[in-house]
Design a protein around this ligand. Sequence first.
Ligand SMILES: [Zn+2]
Length: 196
Amino acid sequence: MKKLMLTTTLIALTCTSGAFAGNGVLSQELINIARQSLASIQSQSFKSKREYCGLIGRTTAGELIVSPARRGRTSGCDERGFKDRTITPLASYHTHGAFHEDADSEVPSTMDVDMDHHHGVFGFVATPGGRFWVIDHRSRTAKQICGMGCLPSDPKFDQGMAGEIPDHLTRRQMAQREGKGGPRHLRARALKNADK
Ligand SMILES: [Zn+2]
């Protein structure tokens, strides 16, 4: 999960669709740079048990630029907008920290989707299991670009505890996972019973 902190200037920029060609295009170039950025911060994210996050934008010259990753919390990370207001934000990126048996961290959260949707940017997510997801802010869905282990994964990652992970999720399905009866809820209950 994460919260996105962008200034109103940035929001205004991303909302003027059409003014920034390429804003709504999920290009291979964008995917590649997100993948590189996430791969480089995975081990740091596992060791510190914190999320890391940042933004990818486009300069007026048409170059893609990545903001340095910020260290967030165990579950949450606040991205900062580009200081240079001429840079158009295209996507957010964040890791999901270290593996924890009680967190449903192999999938993006509804908060991830809502923030990206609000700011009109794509979202890239790396999980402890090394999954690489992209959130489409327009359809409010997420799909795996590549599966388990395609990004560096947490050595402590337990595939069995992560449960079944679909290739594609709608926001509604994410909400169901997060709700009562979802994997996180069931696992928390199982752990509680095991303690008794
Ligand atoms: Zn997240």
